[in-house]
Write a protein that binds this ligand. Structure first.
Ligand SMILES: [Zn+2]
Length: 166
């Protein structure tokens, strides 16, 4: 078999191991993850992270050409935070420093938004409304108590959110 044909076969075999869905969906690797939640496969004779292989195929890099190889220091990140995802639209290449910066930004966002509002129970929603007394048991105090953001508490109190809870 000529090298070009062999390469196409390998690419085909690789994508057969991925659950390919829509452009925006995560494409999950069908094989087993390692203990870190990532998956690896043999690619060009060495063990590689599957998401790195996915991006290199997509960008047509790294194929037996050392100059176009993903560099050792180059990190392939998931914009979707799903370690088994191989959708090239969810993959970005960058340096380790970018990777850390990314994670820091995400952590900050998580802290700022507190707990996702959907995790509140109906009972908690009733409790928030019962406790709320303007200027005495205010939105700020409730936000802190329930670890929710101010806007969400405001919407609950004004019955713009959780309208189904009487
Ligand atoms: Zn994804």
């Amino acid at each position: 078999m000529n090298p070009a044909k062999r390469k196409l076969r390998a690419i085909e075999r690789f994508w057969n191991l991925v659950k390919i869905k829509g452009r925006r969906d995560c494409w999950i690797w069908k094989g087993k993850p390692d203990k870190f939640g990532y998956a690896q496969t043999y690619w060009e004779g060495r063990l590689e992270m599957v998401h790195r292989v996915a991006l290199s195929i997509h960008e047509d890099r790294k194929i037996l050409s050392p100059t176009r190889r993903l560099n050792q220091g180059e990190v392939v990140r998931h914009s979707c935070d799903t370690r088994l995802c191989c959708n090239p639209n969810h993959l970005l290449s960058g340096t380790q420093a970018d990777n850390i910066k990314d994670r820091d930004q995400r952590n900050r966002t998580c802290r700022g938004e507190h707990r996702p509002a959907s995790k509140l129970t109906d009972g908690q929603v009733r409790e928030i409304r019962r406790k709320f007394i303007p200027r005495r048991y205010g939105l700020k105090r409730l936000a802190k108590e329930f670890d929710m953001n101010f806007t969400t508490i405001d919407a609950i109190v004004k019955r713009k959110a959780w309208k189904h809870v009487k």
